[in-house]
Ligand binder design. Structure first.
Ligand SMILES: NC(=O)c1ccc[n+]([C@@H]2O[C@H](COP(=O)([O-])OP(=O)(O)OC[C@H]3O[C@@H](n4cnc5c(N)ncnc54)[C@H](OP(=O)(O)O)[C@@H]3O)[C@@H](O)[C@H]2O)c1
Length: 235
């Protein structure tokens, strides 16, 4: 069966990805800072390996790659992400308005949302190239779209997801010759810790949609921003 590596797999969308891929018989490698009871419980449901690591620790990423050796990875799924120090779920746009920027916060958001997916792709590219599916996906957001930005605010998060789109576009071009399809996918606005309770989508529906888009990626739509419903999104 194919293998997927999922970051940020202890809760939210990441946990749901683990659950759905296991249910389909995939081998799942879950990367987490701290395994949750819900994630550990899924070990009874199929071949789940839990790697405990802090993604923003470069040495831990290198150790992860070394521990995988030349194991083929069908899908590298960069899911872990953060909006920053405020809570969009509880406070809406307020903590992310003009006049609140903080260098440390921007560095944290960009490190996790942009640099970690970049470095993981570089470390694991041979594992992906050795697989059957050969997909690298990073979760982006409609909040990273210039055209769809009518509300302002959310500076660091929006900028980081726009950077994710640019990064995945380059990756699609550079890794295409290896047969790898790289793409940024927007999961929709989903009820999670990050999305909050007002979100219209539940995680199972969003994740089923993203998985279906991952399965239907082609060299032609590599590097495009796609939604969980498979629609091309504006830059
Ligand atoms: N929910 C939405 O509406 C929505 C919309 C568009 C895009 N997305 C994207 O979808 C992805 C998953 O979001 P979600 O809604 O599932 O968010 P979530 O419920 O807040 O979960 C975020 C995940 O990222 C991990 N994470 C956060 N900071 C980390 C760090 N410094 N190092 C390692 N892991 C860290 C968390 O682990 P800990 O438990 O250890 O903190 C958690 O597993 C993100 O990339 C997000 O930007 C979500």
């Amino acid at each position: 069966m194919p293998t997927v590596l999922i970051t940020g797999a202890n809760r939210g969308l990441g946990l749901e990805f683990v659950s759905q891929y296991l249910a389909e018989g995939w081998e799942v490698i879950a990367c987490v800072r701290q395994p949750s009871a819900a994630l550990s419980g899924l070990q009874a449901h199929g071949p789940l390996t839990i790697h405990q690591l802090d993604l923003v620790d470069p040495a831990a990423l290198a150790e992860l790659a070394a521990s995988l050796g030349d194991r083929p990875l069908d899908v590298l799924l960069n899911n872990a992400g953060t909006m920053g120090r405020g809570s969009f779920a509880e406070e809406g746009l307020t903590p992310f308005r003009f006049g609140t920027s903080d260098a440390g916060e921007w560095a944290e958001v960009f490190h996790l949302n942009v640099f970690v997916p970049m470095k993981l792709a570089e470390l694991l590219v041979d594992n992906v190239a050795a697989s059957e599916w050969r997909r690298i996906v990073t979760l982006t957001s409609m909040l990273g779209s210039m055209e769809l930005n009518t509300l302002g605010g959310l500076y660091a998060y929006r900028a980081s997801k726009a950077a994710v789109n640019a990064m995945m576009r380059s990756m699609a071009i550079d890794l295409g010759p290896k047969g790898i399809i790289a793409a940024p996918i927007h999961p929709g606005w989903v009820k999670t810790g990050l999305g909050g309770d007002n979100a219209p989508l539940e995680a199972p529906e969003a994740v089923a949609g993203v998985r279906s888009v991952i399965a239907s990626l082609t060299p032609e739509n590599a590097g495009r921003v796609l939604s969980y419903a498979g629609e091309a999104m504006p830059w």
